[in-house]
Write a protein that binds this ligand. Structure first.
Ligand SMILES: Nc1ncnc2c1ncn2[C@@H]1O[C@H](COP(=O)(O)OP(=O)(O)O)[C@@H](O)[C@H]1O
Ligand SMILES: N[C@@H](CCC(=O)OP(=O)(O)O)C(=O)O
Length: 372
């Protein structure tokens, strides 16, 4: 089989903390220079590449002389602020040898959950790529709280792939790819060459982080592949230590684990909706509404809503559950939580009388709804 990167024009490459910092030993200049060489090679083939790089916390700890990863959020954030300086300096100096400019882009989940900021981030990244600049992306660790955290850069890499509608996501890590079990703990684990992204059996194979500086382990990589597939991006998980790995992948060599995007690509706005990691509230639907959504391709009307949880405003994303507690869909509401609680179980014709005004007959219009 040819590599899934052979035909990819736009590629997101994610490198993990363990690789960038040589397992917490400080920035690995040789490795970073080697990836910069390879990415420059791809750019010269007229491909567009975005780099999502971890390593700020690990590098900050090294610079501050901290031996153990701190638990306190303020200390982690301080380490990230110190380490991010080293990270971008290193990338800038390695890419400048190839005559390429780099740009630092730090994102939080809030930036991508807000539609305007999302579109802004997309347009900035596309402009940078059109200018031939390499965006170097990381989570904005210094300002994030648990509520707005991506949590790991595998997820961030997938969201960036969705954001710019990349053709492929390459996750470089300290293993050759995915094995049937964590190879650090199970030496007999079998290597997985190829699978469909999102196949349920993959999640059972993946364990947590094996290194002391990585955070997500293999599970977040498998989930990232599933997420990236929503915008049609294939995912490759490969070793960042494999010589010329990116160049070989782009030339068609099937190095690493290839996770093929098997599903139909979602429309851009629906992808954005699917990428919300946290929602403002939820509505519980009766069985008639579940059927209307699932089987008849209809919008969600207030009459099919039994109850409301959380506080949301018009235009925010909410989860739609059935009475048995299963999330069926998510969508953008036309009415706030307090308005919804007044019009639920009522026909749309009564909205004007109850609220004194009508915005829309639907609580969530079909165009603003995705089924899960
Ligand atoms: N099924 C698996 N196949 C390969 N690696 C696995 C698996 N399950 C868990 N792992 C662990 O995931 C680690 C990579 O994740 P992580 O430490 O978070 O690295 P990174 O910094 O690259 O994100 C590997 O070193 C390995 O120990
Ligand atoms: N934003 C953090 C990234 C943490 C993270 O996800 O690390 P990893 O699991 O190595 O990709 C940092 O730069 O340290």
């Amino acid at each position: 089989m040819d590599s899934l990167l052979l035909e990819a024009d736009c590629i997101v490459v994610k490198v993990g903390s363990s690789l960038v910092t040589n397992n917490g030993e400080g920035l690995d200049r040789q490795a970073i220079a080697a990836w910069a060489d390879q990415i420059s090679h791809l750019v010269k083939q007229s491909r567009q590449v975005v780099l999502v790089s971890s390593g700020a916390v690990a590098e900050g700890m090294q610079r501050l002389g901290w031996k153990k990863r701190p638990k306190a959020v303020n200390e982690l954030q301080a380490a990230a602020a110190v380490g991010q300086m080293g990270l971008v300096q290193m990338y800038e100096s390695c890419f400048s040898k190839h005559g390429l400019h780099t740009a630092q882009v730090l994102l939080t989940h809030d930036d991508l959950a807000d539609r305007k900021r999302y579109l802004n981030a997309r347009s900035t990244l596309r402009t940078l790529l059109d200018l031939g600049v390499i965006p170097i992306i990381n989570e904005n660790d210094t300002v994030v709280t648990d509520e707005i955290r991506f949590g790991d850069n595998d997820t961030l890499g997938a969201l960036v792939a969705n954001l710019i509608e990349a053709d492929a996501l390459v996750i470089l890590t300290d293993q050759q790819g995915l094995y049937s079990a964590d190879p650090r703990k199970n030496p007999d684990a079998q290597f997985i060459n190829h699978a469909v992204a999102g196949a349920p059996e993959l999640e059972a194979m993946a364990g947590g982080a094996g290194s002391s500086v990585g955070t997500g382990g293999m599970l977040t990589k498998i989930l990232a592949a599933k997420r990236a597939a929503r915008s049609g991006a294939h995912t490759v998980i490969a070793s960042g230590r494999e010589p010329q790995v990116l160049v070989r992948l782009a030339a068609g060599e099937a190095v690493g684990t290839h996770l093929q995007a098997g599903q139909v690509k979602l429309m851009a706005k629906k992808q954005w909706l699917a990428d919300h990691l946290r929602l403002s509230g939820k509505v519980i639907m009766d069985d008639g509404a579940v059927k209307a959504l699932r089987e008849d391709g209809k919008s969600l009307l207030p009459i099919g809503v039994l109850s409301v949880e959380g506080s949301f405003e018009r235009g925010e994303a909410v989860a739609c559950f059935d009475q048995r507690g299963q999330e069926i869909a998510r969508g953008l509401v036309n009415y706030s939580a307090s308005e919804t609680s007044r019009i639920l179980r009522k026909p749309s014709a009564d909205i004007a009388q109850i609220l004194g005004y009508v915005d829309e007959a639907e609580l969530i219009h079909r165009d603003n709804l995705i089924l899960l």
